[in-house]
Design a protein around this ligand. Structure first.
Ligand code: CP
Ligand code: NVA
Length: 303
């Protein structure tokens, strides 16, 4: 059956656990020569810039034996007014899955309604579920478990934070978010996670969130598409920086995560990013392994 991956809640806790196990096995080199997607083609339709998502998907698709096709709206007829449903119907006749990076989550939902092949969210304004898979893999790899892990997210309640809210509720991590008032994760995401028994605490004081944390996570204060709010947001988030003083509030063995790209000196200092507790570049690498496991689950299992 066709299955889309638009938010982390499109997978069950059991599926996430199996996927992470498979991703860790793939990283260890198991089945390196197996090509479960041989003969398939996967589209990457990107409206926004990307370093990690684009390259990790292109490389992962190639390693699984399939062919990636990178598309931007301006290179296809979407940019000249062809509708989303018509584009989805036509692309479904050639491709075996489509990864989409878009400004509007609505576009993903509309595209997936008309696509007969799996649609994967490669980042929308509301969610970044592929990032959350890489994050979960990194936490599991470093801490040996997810259940009971204390995750502190300091910063903007954006797409990355929304997906972490879902990740926490699906895996039994407790998530504390410190953000300025008005910058919380999306209410509908919080409500759904809390009704699924997610332990999500929102507070204002970064030190309070970081206290006794196993993992400290941040993201940029100004996401793609918010450039006109840049100065206002930077002022609002003063005091929400991850620096060595804040890190000293967390457990001694706490790790630091950042989805990247980072604005060094704003949401995080170089000292922390490049310091011994940073797992940030393992986290970037793990996007590749987690997405390969995702593609195997969604595309090799789809006929
Ligand atoms: N973290 C992440 O999605 O990075 P890119 O924007 O470079 O893809
Ligand atoms: N919140 C950031 C994440 C980039 C990977 C953005 O949307 O720009």
């Amino acid at each position: 059956m066709r299955k889309h991956f638009l938010t982390l809640f499109d997978l069950s806790s059991e599926e996430i656990s199996a996927l992470l196990k498979r991703a860790l096995a793939m990283k260890s080199g198991i089945d390196a020569n197996r090509c479960p997607l041989i003969g398939k083609s996967i589209g990457l339709l990107f409206e926004k810039a990307s370093t990690r998502t684009r390259v990790s998907f292109e490389v992962g698709i190639y390693q699984l034996g399939a062919h990636p096709i990178y598309l931007t709206p301006h290179e296809i007829q979407l940019g000249r007014g062809e509708t989303i449903p018509d584009t989805a119907r036509a692309l479904s006749r050639y491709l075996d899955a489509v990864v989409i990076r878009t400004f509007g989550h609505d576009l993903l939902v509309e595209f997936s309604t008309h696509s007969s092949v799996p649609v994967i969210n490669g980042l929308s304004d509301l969610h970044h579920p592929c990032q959350a898979l890489g994050d979960l893999m990194t936490i599991l790899e470093r801490k040996g478990r997810l259940q009971g892990i204390r995750l502190a997210y300091i910063g903007d309640g954006n797409n990355v934070a929304n997906s972490l809210v879902e990740a926490a509720s699906l895996t039994g991590m407790s998530l504390t978010i410190a953000c300025p008032e008005g910058h919380e994760p999306a209410p509908e995401v919080l409500d759904r996670a809390r009704s699924a028994k997610g332990e999500i605490i929102i507070l204002r004081e970064p030190k309070e969130a970081a206290g006794r944390a196993d993992v400290i996570y941040t993201d940029v204060w100004v996401s793609m598409g918010q450039e006109n709010e840049s100065e206002k947001k930077k002022k609002r988030f003063e005091g929400y920086q991850i620096n060595s003083k804040l890190l000293s509030c967390a457990k001694n063995d706490a790790i630091i995560l950042h989805c990247l790209p980072a604005h060094r000196g704003e949401e995080i200092t170089s000292e922390v990013m490049d310091g011994p507790q940073s797992a940030i570049f393992d986290q970037a690498e793990n996007r590749l392994h987690a997405q390969k496991a995702l593609l195997e689950m969604l595309v090799a299992g789809h006929s």
